[in-house]
Ligand binder design. Structure first.
Ligand code: PLP
Length: 386
């Protein structure tokens, strides 16, 4: 269950060296009462229905409902979900896929995993791809656009879909951080040909290990995804295509089936906390800057990210006070060692590079109590001298 005024588990006067006073991870709080989960798992183990089992089908149906999509296909990880979705819409080795350098490595890893080439386009104010820059990155080899709903913000999908339509490109949404998000009332996952979500333990909807799920409105894409995640097997003896073994574990779906009931409450609590931060920190410019919020976006705040002038000092100060702030991430993808064969370098993407130097993430999860949110606010304001 989510929290607002109830007390967190005791943490004493500790700092990050022991236990942070305001922790980034909430798993101990979320699973403080294990009994209901263990009961579900005990019943499940007795069925022996471990692979592509009934609980997985149930989870897929329920996840599809949350995304207002007809099909959801559980896969091993969010990364695999993106890679398989790209394959399912026809992206092939040698094709180019446009995305942003301001993301977690997995977005780029999924493109590279299938032999395609990532082509970066700079991000904008909300840490998502800048749609006005996409067109100039399109070449005859471009096959798809992979916008990332980074931090739980929703990329400008109408503008992206417009470019994609004009150039005959597929769009796969990286919705790994954005379950429950929407733009103009339309959920993430319902804009492009398909969307990949992560169920990693620290995602808004999480399971007890790795997991992912892809949603789509296209029955053919859904069918290809079901084949690709399960060795390409049409049935026990017939292989339609060479696929991979990347099925969402039915055991994880058992956990997911319990947590998906809380999805709406989780999302609402995160939005509530973010709104408090926005309001309480919006007068600290230029030292600390709250990003502009695009109208019509249901931003689900997987990450609550600010821009700070003296970011590293602020991070140290918050950590010293027991606020487990973090950086997501200090090096944009095009400047990573792994990207050295790509035609980019310092200066290629000024917005993403500037953001890598000033982004800072505050804890904003659904298990924070109001006093903890106040303490985070007070800590940032103290640092700024406000
Ligand atoms: C933006 C983004 N894309 C892709 C992924 C990959 O998800 P997973 O860790 O489930 O493979 C993640 C999560 O870690 C992510 O944050």
């Amino acid at each position: 269950m989510t929290s607002s005024t109830t007390s967190p588990p005791p943490s004493g006067d500790s700092t990050t060296a022991e236990r942070p006073r305001v922790p980034f991870s909430y798993l101990d709080r979320q699973f403080a009462d294990l009994e209901p989960y263990l009961r579900d798992i005990e019943a499940f183990v007795r069925t022996g229905d471990f692979t592509l089992g009934a609980a997985l089908e149930q989870f897929e149906r329920r996840f599809a409902e949350v995304c207002a999509a007809p099909f959801a296909i559980g896969v091993g990880t969010g990364t695999d979900g993106l890679a398989l979705a790209l394959r399912a819409v026809g992206v092939e080795p040698g094709d180019e896929v446009i995305t942003t350098p301001n993301t977690f490595v997995a977005t780029v890893g999924a493109i590279v995993q299938i032999g395609a080439t990532p082509v970066f386009v700079d991000s904008e104010e909300g840490f998502v791809i800048d749609p006005t820059r996409i067109e100039s990155a399109i070449t005859p080899r471009t096959r798809a656009i992979l916008p990332v709903h980074y931090t739980g913000n929703v990329a400008d999908m109408p503008a992206i879909m417009d470019v994609a339509r004009r150039h005959g490109l597929e769009v796969i949404e990286d919705a790994c951080q954005a379950i429950g998000g929407a733009l103009n009332g339309q959920p993430v996952g319902s804009w492009g040909a398909a969307a990949g979500f992560s169920l990693h333990p620290l995602k808004n909807l999480n399971v007890w290990g790795d997991g992912g799920i892809v949603v789509t409105h296209d029955a053919d894409v859904a069918e290809r995804l079901r084949l690709l995640r399960n060795h390409g097997l049409r049935d026990r003896d017939h292989v339609a295509v060479f696929g991979v073994n990347s099925r969402l574990d039915t055991l994880q779906a058992v956990v997911g089936n319990r947590l998906i009931d809380e999805m709406d409450a989780i999302t609402r609590r995160r939005i509530e906390i973010a709104a408090r931060y926005d309001e309480a920190l919006s007068d600290l410019e230029p030292a600390v800057r709250v990003p502009e919020r695009r109208p019509g976006v249901r931003h689900v705040f997987h990450l609550y990210v600010l821009r700070a002038e003296r970011r590293d000092d602020l991070l140290r100060c918050l950590n010293d006070r027991g606020v487990e702030a973090k950086i997501h991430y200090p090096i944009p993808m095009h400047l990573q060692e792994a990207a050295r064969s790509l035609p980019y370098g310092p200066g290629s993407f000024p917005v993403a590079e500037a953001d890598a130097g000033c982004m800072i993430t505050l804890p904003a999860h659904q298990h924070l109590v109001d006093d903890e949110v106040s303490y985070c606010i007070e800590s940032v304001r103290r640092f700024v001298g406000a």
